[in-house]
Write a protein of this length. Structure first.
Length: 485
């Protein structure tokens, strides 16, 4: 059996190695969410930062639930391979993680209280935070939030752990860490601040005020397509490195990170890896959420209904690809003017990235957690288009496709992989073949779509009509009709 990746020795010359001595640098970042995206994105920027300017900025990675990746990283002395997929695949070994914590909330909390930790960053997915976006407050109905409000000395969730750690640091006279959200949430810094302070206020109003006055929550926009690791990933990494690597990831060549530059306790030189520091992230965030993520969600649901397993297949489909571009154009009209954005150029670049034949990004993977993603990806821009008197038909098609996909799952008794999966299944079953009822009931879910969308008869009737045609004739004839509309 091939030896495990545990050191940098004897790696082939073609494999890029860290350009610094990892043992010479302490840890200054605690990162929650050791998923593939973090290992292909923030970790690489930090690896580049240490190579350029040094500093005690190594990362202690942690997962709140899963132990597998943490165990794999620790068994490999924190080393893992990033496989960059393109016409010529490239392999790079990363050494930025000092160690990893898997499924031990108490150890995560202890680490967060360590004065050496100056940044607590997160990629835990939208559904894990437990924030009510409409109220800009902690969601007390979220299981982790409810648990942590009752068991504040032994928190298990994001808001509980951050609040408890900040309380301990305040009481010890230790400077607070900066909280850096790197998930696809709208205005993610302000949203996480609202969630943390809302949680803290229920336990200690003084702590909430202290957090509001003293803790930085910079906003970010992150972008890098990172498919799920497959057996081929593992085999290709082993062939390129000569080592077995159970923590490897694969990704595309493109990578972007836009960050609000507000780090009172300092930060790594992330600009060395290409990060862009700005005063206001919102314009960049809106472009990414609405154009990239929004079209990704359309691809996810349409792709599955058309039997297209990968994003690259969807953008090669002659009926679907023009409507993906149409969706991007519609989203681009909602972006702020005067922010230096180039929606047309961005759309062209996205289609080229999506078409990368070396990236096997599954439509099924993107389709998860729709009710968490679609409010900012589809329904916020749709509301703006409707309020401006524009053409929201691209968003109506996307919505009808999603509803048709939900109805297909319901027909076989399957709930979608979504925090509201059971509710969606129940609504689809209750609606049966009544397309108006399905449209009305799903769009009425709290926090999903603004009133300007749900209360617009022309939009909802268009969705319903498209849904009826998809369920009667299939998606492809509807796409063909849209191309000639």
């Amino acid at each position: 059996m091939t030896a495990r990746l545990t050191s940098l020795g004897d790696l082939p010359p073609s494999v890029r190695r860290p350009a610094y001595d990892s043992a010479a640098h302490g840890a200054g970042i605690l990162h929650l969410g050791l998923g593939a995206f973090h290992r292909a994105h923030q970790a690489i920027f930090t690896d580049d930062a240490l190579a350029a300017e040094g500093g005690d900025w190594r990362i202690i990675g942690a997962n709140l639930r899963s132990r597998d990746i943490a165990q794999a990283l620790n068994a490999q002395n924190g080393l893992y391979t990033v496989l960059e997929r393109s016409e010529q695949d490239r392999a790079r070994v990363i050494a930025i993680h000092a160690y990893a914590i898997g499924g031990d909330a108490a150890e995560i909390l202890r680490t967060a209280c360590d004065p050496a930790i100056r940044i607590l960053s997160l990629t835990v997915s939208e559904k894990a935070y437990g924030i009510d976006r409409t109220a800009m407050d902690a969601d007390t109905g979220h299981p982790a939030v409810a648990h942590d409000l009752m068991q504040q000395q032994a928190p298990q969730g994001v808001l509980g752990i951050i609040s408890a750690a900040l309380a301990a640091r305040r009481d010890a006279g230790t400077a607070p860490f900066t909280v850096l959200c790197c998930d696809n949430l709208p205005d993610n810094g302000a949203l996480l601040r609202a969630g943390v302070t809302g949680f803290a206020r229920r336990l200690d109003p003084g702590l909430a005020d202290w957090i509001a006055d003293n803790v930085a929550f910079p906003a970010t926009m992150v972008d890098r397509i990172t498919p799920a690791v497959t057996d081929k990933t593992l085999a290709d990494v082993e062939a390129m490195t000569g080592r077995r690597d159970l923590a490897c990831v694969e990704t595309e060549p493109f990578s972007q990170w836009v960050i609000e530059d507000h780090f009172p306790q300092g930060r790594p030189a992330w600009e060395a890896g290409g990060a862009q520091f700005v005063r206001d992230v919102r314009a960049h965030e809106a472009m990414k959420l609405r154009m990239l993520n929004g079209s990704h969600s359309l691809i996810a649901y349409a792709g599955q209904m058309l039997g297209l397993p990968f994003v690259r297949d969807a953008v090669a489909d002659p009926d679907l690809a023009p409507l993906i571009r149409r969706h991007m154009r519609a989203a681009g009209t909602t972006l702020p003017q005067g922010a230096g954005l180039d929606p047309d150029g961005y759309a062209m670049a996205l289609m080229a990235r999506f078409a990368n034949p070396a990236i096997a990004h599954q439509t099924r993977q993107i389709a998860m957690d729709g009710t968490e993603k679609l409010p900012q990806r589809w329904f916020a821009p749709a509301a703006e288009v409707l309020e401006a008197g524009g053409d929201a038909r691209p968003f109506a098609l996307a919505t009808a496709t999603w509803l048709a996909w939900l109805s297909q799952l319901a027909a076989v008794g399957q709930a979608p992989d979504d925090p509201r999966g059971a509710a969606l299944l129940d609504l689809a079953r209750r609606a049966g073949s009544d397309d108006a009822a399905l449209t009305r009931s799903v769009l009425a879910l709290p926090g999903l779509a603004p009133a300007s969308v749900t209360g617009n008869p022309a939009f909802t009737e268009t969705v319903q009509a498209m849904l009826s045609r998809i369920r009667r004739d299939g998606l492809r004839p509807v796409l063909k009709a849209e191309l000639t509309a």
